[in-house]
Design a protein around this ligand. Structure first.
Ligand SMILES: Cc1cc2nc3c(=O)[nH]c(=O)nc-3n(C[C@H](O)[C@H](O)[C@H](O)COP(=O)(O)OP(=O)(O)OC[C@H]3O[C@@H](n4cnc5c(N)ncnc54)[C@H](O)[C@@H]3O)c2cc1C
Length: 466
């Protein structure tokens, strides 16, 4: 008899409690297979009340809770870490989608809804949820909100935070806070939902959300361009911003080496060549006239001498093939062996010097390693990953520290969109000014005094050493 598991079983029923080691295994390792952990059980509640009851039991027994959505996070945030008993709490069974409101432009969804399923549901009423990630077929709304996910359309629409109108959360003592207000404007007091957006489950469990929608794009134009250097890429960003205005919805940067990896590892062919960098440029609109505007912008780009080669997708199918190259970058990297992820952002004007310094330092430190660089150039966000090859394992943390030191010197951030999880927590501790750390830790202590919400991730809890 185990009073903790018996209590959970009573509250959650057989569908809501997994204790068999083989059935628990997929919940205990992350997408990259870089992190694994142990848990007393995996909880799969079907309602907010069940989440609340389970959390109360965990509090009573001093068991930490690791919230989990689609388990596609890239920072080990959804995998148990550190000492002390823990459970994984999966939101997968809470996947109801309310009726989208096309005029109020919003939809209420539960945390376990798959992002792509929500996008499909709102498309049926002529609206879109423009949060676009290669993992959208598995990532869940609760995870997307808790990581404040970015993706390829941030340039135009903003990050996940910009889509959250209301939230329902369960706190570490089981209290349900229902803020599911379908309001665009609400300045009545503290806008507390922002504490939970992007805090990676360290403050509480997101169970439902009201999301803002955007008008559907009726047409899109997608081009793949080759440029010789980063300076040309940044100049072209300016050119497309001027010419395409608010229709510019993505401006992605991919190094020629990263593109070659997609060709070799995933068997996709590059339709253009001839430069150190590729740019994937997308414009989209709900009005007519986009094709003519894009053609004029491309003509100006070629005439400027900044582009060495390029192609404009002539059909939606071709547009998808161009995007497939971008969407396979993470997978191609995973197939190429062990890598270190660096998800940095910095001011555009400092990017070129930063890239040069990183390249030179990496050659000195680890000649067998190679950079795999791509990112959302329009957002100043680079995924500056290092494929380790034969590099000795003990150099890994030194390489990441070098990248992070240089990013801090350049006035940037060590995590533009993937979060800290357990992967970057020590680096956050090392590089964040004390006043800022104390503020985050103080809020954590106030909301989760026993440090039971996602221990060892994102924000250190009371008495937690990292
Ligand atoms: C191929 C690929 C491409 C990706 N591309 C991008 C990209 O372009 N931009 C980007 O930002 N990210 C990207 N990611 C990372 C990942 O997809 C996002 O972080 C996504 O938002 C995670 O959602 P999830 O449901 O899988 O969350 P999980 O991985 O399950 O969890 C992520 C974090 O959120 C917490 N959490 C999950 N659900 C809840 C909840 N209901 N309440 C409280 N906390 C919760 C977890 O504890 C964990 O800390 C990519 C990942 C992959 C594998």
């Amino acid at each position: 008899m185990d009073p903790f598991l018996d209590g959970l079983s009573q509250h959650l029923g057989p569908a809501g409690l997994v204790t068999d080691p083989a059935d628990m295994a997929p919940y205990l390792v992350d997408w990259r297979k870089a992190f694994s952990g142990t848990a007393r059980a995996v909880l799969r509640p079907g309602t907010t009340d069940q989440v609340s009851a389970a959390v109360r039991l965990c509090e009573r027994h001093g068991v930490g809770i690791v919230p989990q959505g689609g388990n596609t996070g890239l920072a080990g945030g959804a995998t148990p870490a550190g000492p002390g008993p823990q459970v994984v709490l999966s939101l997968a069974r809470m996947a109801a989608i309310g009726k989208p409101d096309p005029i109020g432009m919003m939809v209420e969804v539960q945390a376990g809804c798959i992002l792509q399923t929500v996008k499909e549901a709102v498309a049926e009423v002529g609206r879109q949820l423009p949060i676009s990630l290669a993992a959208e077929g598995s990532a869940m709304i609760g995870g997307v909100i808790s990581t404040n996910a970015g993706g390829v359309n941030v340039l135009r629409y903003g990050m996940a935070r910009d889509f959250v109108l209301g939230l329902e959360v369960v706190l570490a003592d089981g209290t349900v806070v229902n803020g599911l207000k379908p309001l665009r404007k609400d300045n009545a007091g503290l806008d507390w939902k922002h504490l939970f957006i992007g805090s990676e489950g360290a403050f509480g469990i997101v169970t439902s959300a009201v999301l803002r929608l955007a008008p559907s794009s009726r047409s899109r134009q997608v081009a793949l361009l080759c440029v010789k250097d980063l300076e040309a890429a940044i100049s072209l960003l300016g050119l497309f911003q001027d010419r395409m205005g608010e229709t510019l919805s993505a401006f992605e940067l991919i190094s020629a080496d990263a593109m070659r990896l997609v060709e070799n590892q995933c068997g996709l062919a590059m339709p253009v060549s001839g430069g150190a960098w590729f740019l994937l440029v997308e414009a989209s609109s709900s009005l007519d006239g986009l094709a003519a505007a894009m053609e004029t912008a491309l003509e100006a780009a070629f005439n400027s001498g900044l582009v060495s080669d390029g192609t404009l997708a002539a059909s939606e199918q071709q547009a998808r093939s161009l995007w497939a190259l971008r969407e396979h970058l993470t997978e191609a990297e995973a197939r190429a062996g062990k890598s270190l992820k660096h998800d940095v952002s910095l001011p555009l004007r400092r990017m070129e010097a930063f890239l040069e310094r990183i390249g030179a330092r990496l050659d000195e430190m680890a000649p067998a390693a190679r950079l795999n660089t791509f990112g959302h150039l329009g957002d100043g966000n680079l995924h500056m990953n290092v494929i380790l090859g034969d590099t000795p394992a003990e150099l890994a943390s030194k390489i990441s520290a070098m990248v992070h030191d240089l990013i801090v010197e350049a006035g940037g951030s060590i995590s533009a969109e993937h979060g800290l999880g357990q992967y970057r927590l020590e680096e956050w501790q090392r590089l964040t000014p004390k006043a800022e750390r104390d503020l985050a830790i103080g809020i954590k202590k106030a909301i989760d005094p026993n440090g039971l919400m996602n221990p060892g991730k994102a924000i250190p809890g009371a008495g937690e050493r990292i």
